[in-house]
Design a protein around this ligand. Structure first.
Ligand code: GLV
Length: 309
């Protein structure tokens, strides 16, 4: 019985080391090195080449290296019987919370604008709204969204959460379902997208949605690039409806050199760093699931394949 690590474009070394430290007997192969495909029952993966898993006749589980699983679920050739797991990790949640809080505060206190002014040697104070006057809407309030909401609440922001089904969190006003979507948007001075990427949520950040946000709303995307219609965002910032955006994820990563986001004065670009999985912290749950698979027990953090997250 063997374990396969597949992460083209991402150095697997730290993962392999953590796996071997925490489970010394584990037989780990790193794709695409030579290995016997029949032996592999469990794969740990990030952006695997499409279709490869159908060549592993005994593969039972594909575990994502991160919280998102769209890189696995989008593979139409992934055999139906294979289970998918995601990462749920305190460290990932804390990092997401502090990252989004930093972006919200930087926007709120005009830090990007001051940077521009500094470059132009301009000493020009601008007014600001206090945190308790600002409503932040979290679109997709799962584990990561809850952590973000806690950080924002601690800093005095008013927090709203939108999810498919109503969820109750202390001090977070909850909106759910299509009927409440517009109300949620109308009340989001800052919209933070934290949705999983599915066929339903792709391109959800589009012109129609932006127009429902209040004038001068700010958009933060820390989920997936495919949620965003880039031209619609540019148009709505350039026509003055939105005050700007902070984007951590993109359709194509890295974005091309001539991409209009790079130099846009109202768009902040970061290179997919909102919350980065730390192998040492996550490997225990991967190994636990490997053991559970062997014992035919229920896996932790299992993804519902029909809903895609
Ligand atoms: C990062 O994007 C993740 O899904 O963990």
């Amino acid at each position: 019985m063997s374990f396969l690590v597949v992460s083209p474009g991402k150095d697997p070394k730290a993962w392999v080391e953590a796996l071997k430290n925490q489970h010394p007997g584990l037989n780990v192969y790193v794709y695409p090195e030579d290995h016997d495909k029949e032996e592999v029952e469990f794969a740990l993966s990030w952006n695997h080449p499409r279709g490869i898993f159908q060549n592993y006749p005994n593969l039972k589980v594909v575990a994502s290296m991160g919280a998102g699983v769209d890189h696995i679920t989008s593979d139409k050739e992934l055999p139906e019987n294979i289970k998918i797991t995601k990462v749920v990790d305190d460290r990932l949640e804390e990092d997401m919370g502090t990252f989004v809080l930093s972006l919200v505060l930087a926007h709120q206190r005009n830090l990007l604008e001051y940077r521009e002014k500094q470059i132009n040697e301009k000493w020009e104070p601008v007014s600001y709204t206090r945190n308790d006057q600002v409503k932040v809407g979290i679109l997709g309030i799962g584990n990561l969204g809850q952590s973000v909401s806690k950080c924002l609440l601690k800093n005095g922001f008013q927090v709203r959460g939108f999810s498919k089904n109503k969820k109750d969190f202390d001090h977070v006003e909850s909106f759910a379902g299509e009927d409440e979507f517009d109300d949620f948007l109308e009340q989001s001075d800052i919209l933070v997208n934290m949705l999983p990427l599915t066929a339903e949520t792709e391109k959800i950040l589009n012109k129609e949605l932006f127009e429902k946000l209040p004038k001068d709303a700010y958009v933060i995307n820390v989920a997936r690039g495919e949620h965003l219609v880039e031209q619609d965002l540019l148009a709505k910032i350039d026509d003055g409806h939105l005050s700007g955006a902070a984007l951590d994820v993109f359709w194509e990563e890295p974005i091309r050199p001539e991409h209009p986001f790079w130099k846009h004065p109202k768009i902040r670009v970061t290179p997919h760093v909102a919350s980065v999985t730390h192998p040492e912290s996550v490997v225990p749950q991967i190994i636990e699931n490997y053991e559970r698979m062997k014992e035919e027990e229920e896996l932790k953090n299992l993804v519902k394949r029909d809903r895609g997250y």
